[in-house]
Design a protein around this ligand. Structure first.
Ligand code: NAP
Length: 245
């Protein structure tokens, strides 16, 4: 089990990200919390005990060119970085016959390109130090191309593959790369949706941090999704397209 002294959560203002920050602070970690909404970040900072515990950074992950400078600033202010969790994500609703490039682009930019913009400087930093943990919040949604939201599934499938490649690249330098695949979680993202096996954001954060601390390659949260997704991955395409899964 690796113990973290410092961590950064990208996409930290609400939902799973805010719970990650709270649980990291509760275990003695000093955290950099990154997101767009300052009031939510300030409330989180206050709830966690102030700026000695949580340092806040207002940043839009779609501003890819800004990521390296924000990364350098938070590393300097934390005095190092043991763990970076990329949690930022969006999943706008897509109607049955809606084909909407603006929404598709938003999902690819936030869920995938923003992750690359942040993991690149973090990987270089950790490779040079021969230590560290990078965590990406992917999803069970990346395991199969389902009908409801093609771009969301694509963004998570691509993120999963990107993280696997990063893990294969960095393991020889002692850097852990962890892919977390939550099932449905009760947050603003899923408001109004009826989804199976839903868990609360604090449980999703707890499962995520257990995987991060273990340095496990990839894992489902909760673990019950593992056999379910194994089965779903093996449904032949010719049958899968006729289901509503
Ligand atoms: N909820 C689920 O069922 C579920 C299941 C599997 C995986 N996931 C994944 O888990 C992650 C967290 O989801 P959640 O359910 O906690 O969603 P959420 O409650 O909607 O929170 C999303 C977080 O991402 C941040 N974010 C979004 N766009 C951003 C941008 N352009 N720049 C910076 N930060 C941005 C938001 O901060 P600001 O808006 O303040 O910027 C917020 O902190 C996502 O990657 C999601 O895909 C969720």
């Amino acid at each position: 089990m690796s113990g973290f002294r410092t961590a950064a959560v990208i996409g930290a203002s609400v939902g799973i990200g805010a719970e990650l920050v709270k649980q990291l602070v509760a275990s003695g970690v000093v955290v950099a919390a990154v997101a767009r909404r300052l009031p939510e970040l300030e409330a989180l900072q206050a709830a966690c005990g102030g700026p000695d515990k949580v340092k806040i950074y207002v940043h839009d992950v779609k501003q890819f060119d800004e990521a390296p400078a924000v990364f350098d600033r938070l590393v300097a202010e934390l005095g190092g970085l043991d763990c970076l969790i990329y949690n930022a994500g969006v999943m706008p609703r897509i109607e049955e016959s809606e084909y909407n490039f603006a929404k598709d682009r938003e999902m690819i930019e936030v869920n995938l390109l923003g992750a690359m913009a942040w993991f690149n400087p973090a990987a270089a930093f950790m490779e040079a130090r021969r230590a560290g943990t990078l965590v990406g919040i992917s999803s069970v949604a990346g395991d199969r191309g389902r009908r409801g939201n093609p771009a969301y599934h694509t963004s998570k499938a691509a993120l999963t593959t990107y993280l696997e490649a990063l893990r294969n690249r960095l393991f020889r330098y002692g850097v852990h790369v962890v892919t977390v695949k939550p099932g449905p979680v009760r947050t603003a993202m899923t408001e109004g949706l009826k989804l199976p096996l839903m868990i609360d954001a604090d449980d999703a954060a707890r499962g995520t941090l257990a995987l991060a601390r273990a340095g496990t390659g990839q894992g489902y949260v909760p673990v019950a999704w593992r056999p379910i997704m194994l089965a779903i991955q093996h449904v032949p395409s010719v049958l899968f397209r006729r289901t509503n899964i």
